[in-house]
Design a protein around this ligand. Sequence first.
Ligand SMILES: [Zn+2]
Length: 124
Amino acid sequence: MTPKELELLRSLDGRLRKVVEYAKQFYNFTVIETYRSHERQEELYKQGRSKARAGQSPHNRFPSFAFDAVPFPCDWNDIPSFARLNGIIEASAFACGVPIKLGADFKSIKDMPHYELLEDKKNG
Ligand SMILES: [Zn+2]
């Protein structure tokens, strides 16, 4: 893992970090985003890259309730490699007993690199 990635993992919820570490045994991938400030969230919203406004995304929690990950090396056109990573992370989350939701399953914008904690809303 690169120092940058280790730093990102420090801002990630411990349950999701466990899933990432578990999945790393089976597949080469990079975590590219975890916690996102309100400023950055608004910026992405304005650019149309996210449907969530500041405070509405699980990336806005600290530690983050979501992470984005891409296969390594990353080729954004290589959809099968993203799908494979989806399966690896989904199976790892199951093995770790951590319920997650995949961005690939979103009804609105499919977000292949996105993974979030399926949280109990009461705690939100
Ligand atoms: Zn995301």
